[in-house]
Design a protein around this ligand. Structure first.
Ligand code: CS2
Length: 490
C-alpha cells in the first residue's frame, strides 16, 4: 500500500471515486484563502469544486498557510488535488477535489499572499484561520493592539504577517493602483463574523491611513456566513483509506461527515462562484443561522469536550454512548434553543435531532481534546452569550454553569500537564491567574476576572457565580462522574 504512486492527476483513479466535473487546469484562480487546514478542504474547497463543475468561471483557490509549510508539502506536489472521504454508518465514499490551484506557506508566505491578494484577478479573500488569529477586541470591536500579529503589523504595515495587517495592506495597494476591492469572507465560527472582521480591519486601517479606512468602509463588502461540517484532524487511517479508495497516496486527504451547510449573506463586490451548486444558501441576514449553530452545535460540543475529556472519553462518539453525558448534551442543545430567535426556514427540533445523530456518527473519530482547544476564544459566543440571554429571559442557567465549571475544571486539571492538553492562546494568563487559587470559589473568581473571557454581566451575578462554584466544587471534590450524576438529578 505504501508503494502507491502519489496523487497528482485525475488519470487512473479507481472506479467509484467522484472526480471533479470539469477540467481544473481550464480555470484561473479568483479566490485567495487564508488557512489551509482540514476544515477548508472539507468545506469551501468542496463548494467551490461544485461551483466550478456547474457554472465554471475564474474561481479556483490560491491557498495560504501563514504558519507552516505543511499544507504546501501536502498539496503542491499533488497539483492541488486531494481526497475527501465522507464517512457515515453507511460506509465511506471518496471524492477528488480540483478547486485548489496553488498553495503558498511557511517562510515568505505572507509576502506571497500579499502579492496574490493584490492581483486584479483576485475577487474574493476567504479565511478559516481560527478564532484566535484575528486580534479583534470583542468588547470594543476594534483591533486588539496587544495581539502579537496586530502589534507587529501596526509597526511594519508594509510587511504584514497577520490577518488584519494583510487585508489592510492588500486593500491599500489595490486602492493605490486603482484596482477594485475584493470581498472579504470570514468563515470562522465567530458571531457576526463579517461585521466583526470589518470592524477590526477598518480600525486597523484607521491607525495607519484614515482615508484608506474610509475607502474600505465605503467599498469593501464583508458578508457574514455560517459554516458547518464536522471535520476531525486527519489521521493515519484517513491516509490509508484514501489509498484504498483511490489507488493513490494522498498526503492532503481529509475525512469528514456527510452533512454540510453554508449560509451566506449575498453581498459581493465583483461576483462570486455558483456555490449554490454545492448546496450553499444565500440570505439577507445570517445572524439567526449563526446563533443557532454557534449555540446549539458548538456550545454542546464545547460542553461535551470538557466534561467528556475529564470523564475519560477520547472521541465525541464515545461521549454519545455515555447515557448520562449524552442526556446533558441534549439538555445543552435544548437550553441553547430556548435563547434563539425563530428561524423561519428551519425546524429547530429537527435541527437538534439531526445534531444528536451527527454527534453519534461512529464512523468519525472527532477527538474531545481537539474541540477543547482555545476555550477562551470559543466559550464567549458558545456558552457565555446564550447564558446572558437566558439570564435576562429568566431561564435556567444550570446547563451553562455546568459547561463553564467543566471548562474551569479542565483548565485546573491540565494547567501543568506535560502533554500540553491545555492548548489556548491565553494558557499563560490562565495559569498565572490560578497561581494562588485553591478552592472552587477562588478558582471561579480568578478565571472570571480575566479580561475579555467571561462577560461582567455574568461574573458579577451572584446566582451565576454560585451555580458555577457549586458545580466546580463537586467536580474537584467528588470527581466528574459524581458531578454528572448530580447534574442529571437536579
Ligand atoms: C468544534 C468545531 O473544534 C471545535 O471547536 O466545535 O470545529 C465544529 O466541529 C465545527 O464548527 C462544525 O461545523
Amino acid at each position: 500500500m505504501t508503494s502507491a504512486p502519489r496523487l497528482s492527476s485525475l488519470a487512473g483513479i479507481n472506479e467509484g471515486v467522484t472526480l471533479p466535473g470539469y477540467d481544473p487546469s481550464a480555470h484561473g484562480a479568483g479566490i485567495v484563502h487564508l488557512g489551509m487546514g482540514a476544515f477548508h478542504r472539507a468545506h469551501q474547497a468542496v463548494y467551490t469544486d461544485a461551483a466550478l463543475a456547474s457554472g465554471g468561471g475564474y474561481w479556483r483557490i490560491i491557498g495560504v498557510s501563514l504558519r507552516s509549510r505543511t499544507a504546501v508539502d501536502q498539496v503542491a506536489p499533488q497539483n492541488g488535488l486531494f481526497t475527501v472521504l465522507e464517512r457515515s454508518s453507511a460506509g465511506t465514499s471518496a471524492r477528488i477535489i480540483g478547486s485548489i490551484a496553488d498553495v503558498v506557506g511557511g517562510e515568505g508566505a505572507a509576502a506571497q499572499a500579499l502579492s496574490q491578494m493584490t492581483r486584479p484577478q483576485t475577487r474574493i479573500v476567504t479565511m478559516t484561520v481560527t478564532e484566535k488569529a484575528y486580534g479583534i477586541d470583542r468588547e470594543t470591536g476594534g483591533a486588539e493592539v496587544s495581539h502579537p500579529a496586530v502589534a507587529g503589523d501596526l509597526a511594519h504595515p508594509d510587511a504584514p504577517k497577520g490577518v488584519l495587517g494583510l487585508l489592510v495592506a492588500a486593500l491599500r495597494v489595490r486602492r493605490e493602483q486603482g484596482t477594485p476591492p475584493f470581498t472579504v469572507l470570514c468563515c470562522d465560527n465567530l458571531p457576526e463574523n463579517g461585521a466583526l472582521l470589518r470592524g477590526g480591519v477598518i480600525d486597523f486601517a484607521r491607525r495607519i491611513d484614515g482615508p484608506l479606512a474610509d475607502w474600505i468602509a465605503e467599498t469593501v463588502p464583508f458578508p457574514s456566513c455560517m459554516v458547518d461540517r464536522i471535520t476531525p484532524a486527519a489521521t493515519e487511517s484517513t491516509l490509508k483509506d484514501a489509498i484504498r479508495a483511490t489507488g493513490f497516496a494522498d498526503r492532503a486527504a481529509i475525512e469528514t461527515e456527510p452533512f454540510t451547510q453554508w449560509v451566506i449573506e449575498d453581498r459581493f463586490a465583483d461576483g462570486r462562484p455558483d456555490w449554490e451548486a454545492g448546496g450553499a444558501v444565500f440570505v439577507d441576514d445570517v445572524r439567526p443561522y449563526e446563533l443557532m449553530k454557534l449555540r446549539m452545535l458548538n456550545g454542546a460540543h464545547s460542553m461535551l469536550a470538557y466534561a467528556g475529556h475529564l470523564a475519560g472519553h477520547v472521541h465525541v462518539r464515545d461521549v454519545m454512548t455515555d447515557p448520562d453525558l449524552s442526556l446533558l448534551v441534549e439538555r445543552q442543545m435544548c437550553a441553547a434553543q430556548a435563547t434563539l430567535p425563530v428561524v423561519e426556514a428551519v425546524d429547530l427540533d429537527m435541527y437538534r435531532a439531526d445534531l444528536l445523530d451527527r454527534f453519534r456518527n461512529t464512523a468519525i473519530a472527532h477527538a474531545t481534546v481537539q474541540i477543547a482547544m482555545d476555550g477562551t476564544q470559543k466559550l464567549p459566543q458558545r456558552i457565555f452569550a446564550p447564558a446572558l440571554d437566558a439570564m435576562r429571559a429568566g431561564q435556567d442557567l444550570g446547563p451553562y454553569a455546568f459547561a463553564t465549571a467543566a471548562w474551569m475544571c479542565f483548565v485546573v486539571r491540565h494547567k501543568n500537564s506535560a502533554e500540553a492538553v491545555l492548548r489556548d492562546p491565553m494558557a499563560d494568563v490562565l495559569r498565572d491567574s490560578l497561581s494562588s487559587a485553591q478552592s472552587a470559589p477562588e478558582i471561579v473568581a480568578a478565571l472570571s476576572a480575566i479580561k475579555g473571557v467571561v462577560p461582567q454581566g455574568l461574573s458579577q451575578d451572584k446566582g451565576w457565580r454560585n451555580a458555577v462554584t457549586a458545580r466546580l466544587g463537586r467536580m474537584l471534590t467528588d470527581g466528574i462522574r459524581a458531578a454528572i450524576t448530580a447534574e442529571i438529578e437536579i
